[in-house]
Design a protein around this ligand. Structure first.
Ligand SMILES: Cc1ncc(COP(=O)(O)O)c(C=O)c1O
Length: 435
């Protein structure tokens, strides 16, 4: 069986299958632990499922990939090769998109806090600036005048829609820091001002209401509000837009038997609203969506090795050689990643999987019923391809993990493991890292 089949068996719950054991044992022996491993075909399948659901329903469609989920250039290249375009939140991500072969003019830049140099860099590369506020708008116009160029812009709208998701990843509610609010006429003022500013061309409109959303209701509400506003822009300000971006946020199933958001279900729910509103609007902009997690989360596994197992008077711990410096989501969001112990089925016991960071909060998985592990065993954290490596750090002076890409039976190192020298790059006398 191929390496990929080994990974898929572990994902499906059979990490004791000889093919799963062979795959993880080989990867760990060749590359050390901890590491992230991504399955290329899963990324392709996710991209294709979005295109298959939205393509036939929205002939004027653009699907983007939110690079923040996973910024590894090889992953970005893979996603873009499926026909997606980049959506980014920093100059570093613009650079990653360019390195992956994207044209600057295909990049959408959405940070809520852009520095003057990021605005300049965007203008230099003809990146579409998704403006967050009126102060930023005037800076963009001034920079474009100074450079003798034109800024293509959209506004990130805060539609005041509250999806049923975690507080930390709810971006569309009125209290969030993101975007120009529809409420209070701020968004309208933004477009009115943009129309009158020099060297600014209005291209579209954008919103992103949150992440890990498993229900279409909030998307429907956001779509209605956005399209009603698009109509107001046409009727009252004479502004026609070339795109309406409804953001990312599609949830994935983090638990066995979970469903997440089906692209079919979302596309279907949006189609009827879109049709209705477009007939009132009298012209059809492109529909854009920009998921991150949906495209890459399930493809990725984080693999660590057991250092020791201990039982206290209160509970039992399995100490592994990764921590919240490797996979931050459990400590940061209380996220639950399923855990598999490679090659074991016997004597299930309830355990906390504890990281190797010197912090009480460094628990990667809490109260899990797992086959009794022992030192040297490999443990696999599922659904770690999004916001996994991207949020990793070198806290506690631990080098960054390796990233591997599996395609069938091939494996490629797409980022080598960090080194102890790299921990000191940039320090006086520290090792400089050459690109
Ligand atoms: C503006 C924007 N678009 C898209 C995304 C992608 O979200 P997700 O990974 O949940 O699809 C994010 C993530 O927070 C975002 O901030």
């Amino acid at each position: 069986m191929t390496l990929r089949e080994g990974l898929l068996l572990a994902r499906a719950g059979d990490a004791a299958h000889p093919a799963a054991v062979a795959a993880f044992t080989r990867l760990a022996a060749e590359h050390g632990t901890p590491f992230y491993v991504y399955d290329a075909e899963t990324i392709r399948e996710q991209a294709r499922s979005l295109l298959a659901a939205f393509g036939p329903r929205f002939p004027k469609l653009r699907v983007r990939y939110a690079l923040k989920a996973n910024t590894n250039v090889e992953i970005v290249r893979l996603v873009l090769s499926e026909g997606l375009a980049p959506e980014v939140v920093s100059e570093g991500e613009i650079r990653a998109a360019l390195r992956a072969g994207a044209k600057g003019s295909d990049v959408l830049f959405s940070s809520s806090s852009k520095s003057p140099s990021e605005i300049d860099f965007s203008l230099e590369h003809d990146v579409l600036l998704n403006v967050d506020n009126l102060d930023e708008l005037s800076q963009v116009s001034a920079a474009a005048v100074r450079r003798g160029t034109t800024a293509r812009i959209s506004f990130r709208i805060n539609p005041g829609v509250d999806p049923d998701t975690l507080h930390q990843i709810n971006t569309g509610c009125s209290e969030s820091k993101f975007g120009v609010h529809l409420d209070g006429g701020i968004a309208r003022k933004g477009y009115e001002t943009a129309k009158s500013l020099p060297n600014v061309v209005i291209a579209g409109i954008h919103c992103h209401i949150g992440s890990q959303i498993n229900d279409t209701v909030a998307y429907e509400e956001a779509a209605r509000k956005m399209l009603a506003f698009v109509r107001e822009l046409k009727e009252e300000l004479g502004i026609r837009l070339s795109f309406v971006d409804l953001g990312g946020g599609l949830g994935i199933p983090f638990r066995d038997g979970g469903t997440g958001m089906s692209p079919e279900e979302l596309a279907k729910a949006l189609q009827s609203i879109w049709k209705e509103e477009i007939s009132l609007l009298g012209y059809e902009p492109e529909l854009w969506i920009e998921p991150g997690r949906f495209l890459v989360a399930q493809s990725g596994l984080m693999v660590a090795r057991v250092n020791s197992v201990k039982t206290t008077p209160v509970k039992s711990f399995v100490n592994v050689d990764a921590g919240f410096n490797t996979l931050l989501r459990p400590a940061f969001y209380g996220a639950v990643h399923r855990v598999r112990v490679v090659g074991k089925t016997a004597a299930p016991m309830t355990l906390d999987v504890a990281g190797d960071v010197c912090e009480t909060g460094d628990i990667l998985a809490e109260g899990r019923l797992l086959p009794t592990p022992e030192a040297g065993d490999l443990v696999v954290f599922l659904d770690a391809g999004a916001y996994g490596f991207a949020m990793a750090s070198e806290y506690n002076a631990r080098p960054l993990p390796a990233e591997l890409l599996v395609d069938g039976d091939e494996v490629r190192v797409i980022r080598r493991r960090g080194t102890f020298e790299e921990l000191h790059r940039g320090e006086p006398g520290g090792a400089e890292v050459r690109p």
